[in-house]
Write a protein that binds this ligand. Structure first.
Ligand code: CP
Length: 326
């Protein structure tokens, strides 16, 4: 990547997926897979940078990004951090409120605006539902990449899921993607409902009633299944969702009934197509959403999802910085 290609575009944010089109998304997928193939080259360029190579302008490594995680994360945080380093941007991380002025009563909004004054190239923010990320982004001049926003959306997770599907089938259009489990509390599903509109894939839900969303505004776009035995054969891709107990205030449901009806195990995944895929955004509650024994099934691509998270996020960062495909 030559620094002459760097043309910061401070007005691009990715808070939801509605403003993207399929051409841009497929270009992002191609870019991500090229980055994946060129991974060793990129690593060696970064190593050369450390030993004084002039191939990359050293000033690029002095650029910073602010990674602010107001809710817990492992995969998204580490993959954005890794993607920043690969893209030659130094990540500055705020991980929870401990040790910050949030503990003294400063608001999240003030925290973000103060950090913006320190001129990061872009923000990566994991925010709770009650922060109005869209409104906040309008007050800022710096791009904001959502790293998961309460229940409202997780655009880069939906993109990395779609990249994983694209990598297998070279197409996402018309694929049937079945979500199993805690759909009501899933920001991943929210972003997939947006992405499915753009990339034209079909969505199915398989969950107990209490885990289905109250709003049925998108009902006509979704195929509902009450039983795994009906949903699994329909799907090209099955995405099991974490049971999000931390968001279950006021919700009572029978966990052992849930496990007996919706847990994916070595017996019931026989109903999934031979060429199908099984995903989970993580973290996994083993024995609840799925059993550990299915991890050896070749259709399970959960670690590939995690790996692809680095490359889609790196591709988005290059785009934010105005860089084109290599
Ligand atoms: N998939 C996902 O968002 O995982 P983390 O919460 O660990 O980032």
């Amino acid at each position: 990547m030559s620094t002459s290609q760097v043309q910061p575009n401070i007005f691009s944010s990715v808070i939801d997926l509605k403003s993207l089109d399929s051409t841009e998304i497929y270009s992002l997928f191609d870019f991500s897979l090229k980055l994946k193939l060129n991974d060793e080259d990129i690593q060696s360029q970064l190593l050369q940078l450390g030993s004084g190579s002039h191939n990359i302008n050293k000033s690029s490594i002095r650029k910073t990004a602010a990674l602010l995680f107001f809710e817990p994360s492992t995969r998204t945080r580490f993959s954005f951090e890794s993607a920043c380093v690969r893209a030659g941007v130094h990540p500055l991380i705020l991980d929870g409120s401990v040790g910050t002025s949030l503990e003294k009563g400063e608001t999240i909004e003030d925290t973000i605006l103060n950090i913006e004054a320190m001129m990061p190239l872009f923000f990566v923010i994991r925010a709770p539902d009650n922060l109005n990320l869209i409104e906040l982004a309008t007050k800022m001049k710096t791009p904001v990449l959502s790293a998961g926003w309460g229940r409202l959306g997780h655009p880069t997770q939906a993109l990395l899921d779609a990249l994983t599907i694209f990598e297998k089938y070279r197409e996402v259009k018309n694929k049937k993607i079945l979500f199993v489990g805690d759909i009501k509390h899933s920001r991943v599903v929210s972003s997939h409902l947006e992405l499915a509109e753009i990339l034209n894939y079909d969505i199915g839900f398989c969950a107990p009633d209490e885990m289905l969303p109250e709003s049925l505004s998108f009902k006509s776009k979704v195929q509902y299944f009450t039983k795994l035995q009906d949903g699994l054969p329909w799907a090209d891709v099955v995405i099991a969702l974490r049971v999000q107990k931390e968001r279950h205030t006021g919700l009572s449901f029978d966990m052992s009934k849930y496990i007996s009806e919706f847990n994916l195990n070595s017996e019931n995944i026989k109903k999934i197509k031979k060429e199908g895929l099984i995903l989970h955004p993580g973290p996994i509650n083993y024995g609840v959403e799925l059993n550990q024994d299915i991890l050896l099934d070749s259709r399970v691509v959960i670690m590939e999802q995690v790996r692809n998270g680095v490359f889609i996020r790196e591709a988005i960062i290059h785009r934010i910085l105005g860089r084109q495909n290599k």
